[in-house]
Structures are given as structure tokens and as C-alpha cells.
Design a protein around this ligand. Structure first.
Ligand code: F6P
Length: 550
């Protein structure tokens, strides 16, 4: 299929075949599918690395899966995959390669961008990060007054925050517990205030993370952090060198800010912000968990990269997860996708995935510049179980919307859990298994009646079931397993973008708000006229100024 016909994806024979198949299946019930095929549970299971992926509780048959794979073949998902791994400039609107996979390539790999092998540079930065992280961890790197660094404050936003912040939480049990590690992202001064109010500037290292080093939130917070530091230390600019490092692609801007580029950890324009936490952007994480654990995490990423690159379509897990999303989004009108980790340590996991998925696939224009005629990326949401069960699961169970969900859980609690708390893990996981069971199979009116429920309450207590879920189970949440999970979702998002024929690697949709904020700010501070400001915003700005006594 050529690029032009792919923009008419919904008229292709493969798409039409799926649409017909969807009609034929009607409201097929998971109860029926399981009754018809007793081996379905084990049969609809794949493994990748340490991840056991059960997709049996999906509204699919062998035919559905075959037709979905035919759509993937017709849209040449694997062709685009190979182009990505080769370093071709598949981010067409920015004319950039998409090579987050090179960040975890082995030292001897050769991956070229514009004729230059990028792998030696990747490892040079990793080595520089490791040397620096060890110095901070050992106390060899001291602050301006000679005190040991005990606090790390990462300042960044979007991909320069969510990845390291998520991974720091996920791997807390692997961190040096003597270090305090915090993440500041919001331009709301409250964020920085709460992060530093109880810290000693003499013991604090700021890690300024910004690919572009022009992002207004980060530069504003970094400037305020520098003021806080210099005021607290009663020192001049010379103190910055021991307390500020930068993670960026923009050496000129880093230097303009006053950070010595010797203290800059570089990455490259072929790493998208939301795909960057395994690059220099992961420095705070590396300081917290140590270089060896960081490398184990990279190994986990690489394992899934290799699987995605080489596994046949029938057993390719990122392909499968991407196709299941297409099945629900495009053929069942599902609007959202829930990611529900049963691990407190994954409390930021779904927030991280929101950027990964929604910034990548929230597009309405195809790669050819024409509007697409099909649904693209879903709304991704969710929080850790069991908390969600006592909040919004009601809607998933008995609401009117179809919400496919991923359940992620671990057989073992983290290694350093207080012994007295280990027993709670089985209760957590009992909930994990019970929820997907209840979602899939529900409770029929007859089953409700058999419990002696009065007839008028039977409809209220009936669970229709048939809510599709994927279960991802691993033995333990290790650095490698975290890397595997993230790479799995990265490639799932890739698969969907390839099928929908959108550029998953740009993010023009965030630009307009940035430009307008810059225009509106003088109206708030100085009451300046903003030409062309609409009536609603004009009135809101006036009310704001009045409230602030201006
Ligand atoms: O505004 C969106 C965005 O560009 C994200 O894609 C990116 O992760 C974030 O801003 C931060 O950008 P930077 O790392 O350049 O500060």
C-alpha cells in the first residue's frame, strides 16, 4: 500500500474486512469465547523478557487477530519499524531520525544518522553520567562550601520530568535512601517552594533538564532555583558550578544560563522528549539508583527492542497491544484506555504513559498532511489499584462506556518491604486477579437472584461483564522489568501511529498555548492591550486583575 492509499486507510480491503468481522461478531460474550475454547487462558498468552502477557480477556477470536495482523502488514508497520531502527528520518515534519532505541544499543552496535555512527556518543555520555553519579553518591562531589550533596532537585517538564520522576518512584527500593530526590516541573512557584523549603542549599544539587533549554517553565524555575541557592549560600555566580548541572541538546543556551558546559550531559535531536528518560535526562535517576542499576534498566529496554525488531507478527507483543488498541478505538468506538498498575511504586506510570501516548498519537492530520478519517490516539488514564477500585471502577464495571484496560502486577513485593507488610501482597494481587475476572465475566441476573437478592435490586446488582483487559504479570519490579515495560509501551504507540499513518514523533499541538501565554502575560502584569484578544478572555483577565488589586 502506498503512502497515498494509506491516507484512505478506512477504504482498504483489510479495514473493510475488519469492519465486516466486527459486525459478524456482534456483541460476542467473553463467557461464550471461554466456554468454546477451554485452553483460551493459556493459549492467548505471550511472553517477552520477564513479562507474561495474557490477552485472553479480549473481545477477539483467531480471525480477529489474523485480520488485525493483515491490517498491520498492509500498512507496512514492520517496514516503518525497520526504518526507525535504521535511523531514517521518519519524523517527517521535523526531518529527524527517531532513535531512542540507540540509547540502549550495545557498545559495538553501529547506527548511523547522516553517515555518522551515533552509538559511541551514546556510551560516552553514559560513561560521563556514571562517573558523575558515582562522585555524588560517594560524597566526592561536594557543594560550594565543601558540604556533601544530599539533595537532588530535578527541574524539567514533560519528557524532562515525567520519565525520571516516574522511574524514581518505580525504583525507590533500589535508591540510595540517604539521598533526597525531588522533581520540580510546574511553573506554579508552589512546586519549587515545596521542593526546596526544607533543604540546605549547601547540600543541594539542581539538575536542569531541558532538551531545548528554552522551555519557559524550566528556565523560570531554574532561574528561581539559582536565586534561592545564591541567596541561601550568600555567594556569587561562582557557586553555580558546584550546584547546577544541565541535561540538554543545546550547549549555547546552557552556557548562556551560566552553567559550565563541562557540567552538561548531552543528548541529541533524534531523541524525542517523551522518549528520553533513558538518555542523559535520566541523570537524577542514575544518581539515585546508581549506574549499574541504570544499565540493567537499559538492558530491559534493549530486550524488548530486540523482540519488537525480530519477533514474528504472531508473537510480537508490542504489535499485539497496538492492534488491540486499534480494534477497540476504530471498530468499537472506545475513546479511552485505562492503565491500572497494581503497584504503589508505579504511581506515576500512567501519567508518564499519558505523555508518551497522547503527545505521540494525538494527531488528526496524516503523514501526507491530509486530515485522517478515523479515530487516532485514545485518552490514556488510570491510577494504581486498589485505590481506583474505590473511586472510578464503578463506571468501568457498570457504566455505559467501553474502556479497555491494562492491568500490571507483580508476583513478589519489592525486596526491602518491611517483613510485616509482605503478607499484604497476596491481598493486593487477589484484587488484581479478581478485577479482571469481574470485568470479563460479570454476574448474570440469575446469579444475583441465586444469592437471594430481591427482584427490584437484581438489575442494579447485575454486572454485564465483557469488559476487555490485558494482564501483564512479572515476577518483580526490577530496573530491567521497568525498562521492558516502557519499551513495550513505546513500541505499542509506534505500531498505532504507523497504522493510523500519523507522525507520532512531533508535537505541534502544544505550541499554540505557549505562544498565547506569552501574549497574555503582559495583560495580566501591566494591563497591556493584547490585540485581537477575544471577549471571554478579555473579561477573565479584567476579573483576574481586579482580584489581584491591580
Ligand atoms: O511542550 C511539549 C514539550 O516539547 C515536550 O514534548 C517536552 O517533553 C517538553 O515540552 C519539555 O521540553 P524541553 O525538554 O525542551 O524543556
Amino acid at each position: 500500500m502506498n503512502a497515498d492509499s494509506r491516507t484512505r486507510l478506512n477504504q482498504t480491503p483489510e479495514w473493510q474486512a475488519l469492519a465486516r468481522h466486527r459486525e459478524e461478531l456482534g456483541d460476542v460474550q467473553l463467557r461464550e469465547l471461554f466456554a468454546a475454547s477451554p485452553g483460551r487462558g493459556a493459549g492467548y498468552t505471550l511472553a517477552v523478557g520477564d513479562l507474561h502477557v495474557d490477552y485472553s480477556k479480549h473481545l477477539v477470536t483467531d480471525d480477529t487477530l489474523r485480520l488485525l495482523r493483515e491490517l498491520a502488514a498492509a500498512t507496512d508497520v514492520f517496514g516503518l519499524r525497520d526504518a526507525m531502527f535504521r535511523g531514517e528520518k521518519i519524523n517527517i515534519t521535523e526531518n529527524r531520525a527517531v532513535l531512542h532505541t540507540a540509547l540502549r544499543a550495545p557498545r559495538d552496535a553501529v547506527i548511523e544518522v547522516d553517515g555518522e555512527n551515533v552509538v559511541p556518543g551514546v556510551h560516552a555520555v553514559l560513561d560521563k553520567m556514571a562517573a558523575f553519579a558515582e562522585k555524588v553518591r560517594s560524597g566526592e562531589w561536594t557543594g560550594h562550601t565543601g558540604k556533601r550533596i544530599k539533595n537532588i532537585v530535578n527541574v524539567g517538564i514533560g519528557g524532562s520530568d515525567l520519565g525520571p520522576a516516574m522511574a524514581y518512584e518505580a525504583l525507590r527500593s533500589y535508591t540510595d535512601r540517604d539521598l533526597t530526590v525531588r522533581f520540580v516541573s510546574n511553573v506554579d512557584g508552589a512546586d519549587l517552594h515545596e521542593a526546596v523549603r526544607d533543604l540546605d542549599p549547601a547540600e543541594t544539587l539542581f539538575v536542569i533538564a531541558s532538551k531545548t533549554f528554552t522551555t519557559i517553565e524550566t528556565i523560570t524555575n531554574a532561574t528561581s532555583a539559582r536565586d534561592w541557592l545564591l541567596t541561601g549560600l550568600k555567594a556569587g555566580q561562582e557557586a553555580v558550578a558546584r550546584h547546577f548541572v544541565a541535561l540538554s541538546t543545546n550547549a549555547a543556551k546552557v552556557s548562556d544560563f551560566g552553567i559550565d558546559t563541562a557540567n552538561m550531559f548531552e543528548f541529541w535531536d533524534w531523541v524525542g522528549g517523551r522518549y528520553s528518560y533513558d538518555s542523559a535526562i535520566g541523570l537524577s535517576l542514575m544518581i539515585a539508583i546508581g549506574p549499574d542499576r541504570f544499565r540493567e534498566m537499559l538492558d530491559g529496554f534493549r530486550l524488548v527492542d530486540e523482540h519488537f525488531r525480530t519477533a514474528p507478527a504472531e508473537s510480537n507483543v508490542p504489535l499485539l497491544l497496538g492492534l488491540l488498541g486499534v480494534w477497540y478505538g476504530n471498530f468499537h468506538d472506545a475513546q479511552s484506555h485505562a492503565v491500572l498498575p497494581y503497584s504503589h511504586y508505579l504511581s506515576r506510570f500512567t501519567a508518564y504513559l499519558q505523555q508518551l501516548d497522547m503527545e505521540s498519537n494525538g494527531k488528526y492530520v496524516g503523514r501526507d498532511g491530509q486530515p485522517v478519517e478515523w479515530q487516532t490516539g485514545p485518552v490514556v488514564w488510570g491510577t494504581p489499584g486498589t485505590n481506583g477500585q474505590h473511586a472510578y471502577y464503578q463506571l468501568i464495571h457498570q457504566g455505559t462506556k467501553l474502556i479497555p484496560a491494562d492491568f500490571i502486577g507483580f508476583a513478589e513485593p519489592v525486596a526491602d518491604l518491611l517483613p510485616g507488610l509482605v503478607a499484604q501482597h497476596d491481598l493486593l494481587m487477589a484484587n488484581f486477579f479478581a478485577q479482571t475476572q469481574a470485568l470479563a465475566f460479570g454476574k448474570t441476573p440469575d446469579e444475583v437472584r441465586a444469592e437471594g437478592v430481591p427482584e427490584e435490586l437484581v438489575p442494579h446488582k447485575t454486572f454485564k461483564g465483557n469488559h476487555p483487559t490485558t494482564t501483564i504479570l512479572a515476577k518483580e519490579l526490577t530496573p530491567s522489568v521497568l525498562g521492558q515495560l516502557i519499551a513495550l509501551y513505546e513500541h505499542k504507540v509506534f505500531v498505532q501511529g504507523a497504522i493510523w499513518n500519523i507522525d507520532s514523533f512531533d508535537q505541534w499541538g502544544v505550541e499554540l498555548g505557549k505562544v498565547l501565554a506569552k501574549r497574555v502575560e503582559p495583560a495580566l502584569t501591566e494591563g497591556a492591550e493584547v490585540p485581537g484578544l477575544d471577549a471571554s478572555t478579555t473579561s477573565l483577565v479584567a476579573t483576574y486583575r481586579q482580584m489581584r488589586g491591580r
